[in-house]
Design a binder for this molecule. Structure first.
Ligand SMILES: Nc1nc2c(ncn2[C@@H]2O[C@H](COP(=O)(O)OP(=O)(O)O)[C@@H](O)[C@H]2O)c(=O)[nH]1
Ligand SMILES: [Mg+2]
Length: 196
């Protein structure tokens, strides 16, 4: 549910990075934050729980396009991945415009990936949203690790519908902006469709 600020001529959109604990959501956000223009970004805010942190910041990327003369301000959030933080995840998902699912490529995390994706679907449905109708991309992170599952296996388990997918190594930044741009593009397409 994007929010329009007429005075500033800005459309505010919310992007949530979802996925299993320790998959690399926070690393993605930190990488994006560090490389965003200081004049275009807000503070990096961290809400800490005992074992996990939710990160948030907003920025105004000038290269990601505008809609009908309105600039778009992106609000990026990570969710805590651990199973028991479901209430926080639900809260963070409220009013989401687009989702990046950060999957952990390590073989032994496949079950956690599947579980987290199911959890995303359920939590969206609870707020009357449908993952199939939400701008959504998948990132296969940690491709640099020797115990990474094959792309075919990951695709079969996590992306049967063939949404845009990206291989990444968030620690080096490989694939991070490609992923972000893809979800941004998909959100902007939606907005343009709605404003017709
Ligand atoms: N080898 C490798 N490690 C990564 C990658 N992305 C994140 N990590 C590491 O995985 C751990 C968990 O990452 P974090 O971003 O905190 O995961 P989150 O729980 O999803 O937010 C950290 O030690 C990261 O440095 C990656 O692409 N490759
Ligand atoms: Mg995190």
């Amino acid at each position: 549910m994007s929010f329009i600020n007429y005075a500033a001529r800005e459309i505010n959109v919310k992007i949530v990075f979802y996925g299993p604990g320790l998959g690399g959501k926070t690393t993605n956000l930190q990488y994006i934050y560090e490389r965003s223009n200081p004049h275009q970004k807000g503070k990096l805010i961290s809400l800490a729980t005992e074992t996990d942190r939710t990160l948030f910041f907003d920025f105004l990327p000038l290269d990601l396009g505008s809609v009908r003369g309105f600039k778009t301000r992106f609000h990026l959030y990570t969710v805590p991945g651990q199973v028991f933080y479901d209430a926080s995840r639900k809260l963070i998902l409220k009013g989401v415009d687009g989702v990046v699912f950060v999957a952990d490529s390590q073989n032994e995390r496949m079950e956690a990936n599947v579980e987290s994706l199911d959890n995303l679907r359920i939590n969206l449905a609870e707020q009357g949203a449908d993952l199939e109708r939400t701008p959504f991309v998948i990132q296969y992170n940690k491709r640099d690790l020797p115990n990474a599952a094959s792309l075919e296996l990951m695709r079969r388990q996590l992306n049967p519908k063939g949404v845009p997918e990206f291989e990444a190594c968030a620690t080096s930044g490989k694939g991070v902006f490609e992923t972000l741009k893809a979800v941004a593009r998909s959100i902007l397409q939606d907005l343009k469709q709605m404003s017709k």
